[in-house]
Design a protein around this ligand. Sequence first.
Ligand code: FE2
Length: 529
Amino acid sequence: MKILGISAHYHDAAAALVVDGVPVCAVQEERLSRRKSDAAFPLSAIEWCLDHSGIRPECLDAVVFYERPMLKFDRILTCALRAFPRSWRAFPKAMKNSLGEKVWVRGIISSHLGTPAKKILFTEHHQSHAAAAFLTAPTKRAAILTSDGVGEWATLTVGRGERHPDGSTSITLLREIRFPHSLGMLYSTFTAYLGFAVNEDEYKVMGLAGYGRPTMVDKVRRVIRRTPDGAFALDLDYFEFQTTSSRSYSSRFIDLFGPPRNPYEPIDLETEDGRRFADCAASVQRVLEDTLVDLARSLREETGLTDLCLGGGVALNGVANARILAESGFERVFVPPAPGDAGCAVGAALYADRIHFRNVDREIPDHPFWGPSVDGSELARIASEDGQFVDELNEATLLERTADDLAAGRIVGWMEGALEFGPRALGHRSILAAPHSAEMRDRLNREIKYREQFRPFAPVVTIEAANRYFDLPAGGARLLQTARGYRWTIKSGRVTFENGAPTGELPGRLQRSGQAMANHGGDGQRRPG
Ligand SMILES: [Fe+2]
């Protein structure tokens, strides 16, 4: 059975193809159109998926869209009407924006792919997130926690997934929190207040938080309150995102936290304002983490399960995930490489396969490399035409020369195999540099990435060295089958090899592949979609 999954029209449009129950490829539209966070209907991504797998559109058994457009329109219309007359200025724009192609998705799919209407299916947004989280994780049964800005109405769901002995699969979402009460929207509001782009720069808030102190936690707790049933509610007097798309926070929010940051002025951590913004980021980050840890802890107690699958854009917040792993009581926590809306393309296709069509469960390869591959000779041709020097090296020389370059303080661009699916560079499209000096961080941010000084990097080490450099969460365990056939796991804060520690030198591929490296930290949350 051939199923195409599509996410589009909000941000991070993507396409994914599932054949006989297993993803065969997936790519975000932005990687092909070169427009960051491209939200357009992902025609290029769809074309590439079909080309790559040699499948004609008419051979598809189903095309699945990652959310229900009419339910989403219902939410937008209801919120606009509820906020009337305050929303009267924004109302025409909201309607214009929502009507048209965002609602008539079935027609768009049909016209582009020629797919008959009966073969076009829709999942709910958080069903897609949950499926992307659970069905790609190497676990038989797990609790599921999804959290994002908003889908149709839900902004956070808790549930459970199970692969049954007869091959069937169930995903049950037990409860949900609904718009406008949303952890993603809370974080996005602070993103806007701190002068960053909403739905784009949330990861900058997490990066900035590392430089601040959570001195404003009490203030943040005034804008998001815990409810007696263990959930949370935003105090809507502090927000405006629910009534207008032009402003996220209200004047009362400014009264509480002070003047917002001017996006055109750099953040100087030496100044009082700079420290205030960093403290503000640290405070919202702390409240987000505390809320997620509490929710995960309750879910652990309620379900009695030992595995947790995280989905939704909030699951890109690596710092919060580490605390969930350490403090919630779950023994293993799984986060897919694309927990945000792009990953919903995979989630929607898998949901249709396992739940709608009731196909037998299949094991899914545990890696993020689902995109287009590199053609070395084509790259060499382009580089030569561009007047660049091209040298072909065997693998041993390549590794040696790369190591020498890194040791000498040079920065290396590394490209191999298939493109990662999701926002992280995980070893196939990475910028490599040795962290021997603090100056390297500033150089990378300033000269290569053209970004602020507080932005973090993902440290990467071999598995064997993980104990030396990281405090591994005592409750964390992550199995990985490597090319050599041994398994490693993190138990009691130590990396241990289940079928004997590898002896001698690891194969070169393991040393330089994101698959086989303990990869901690990174850019963190990117966006809450
Ligand atoms: Fe989402």
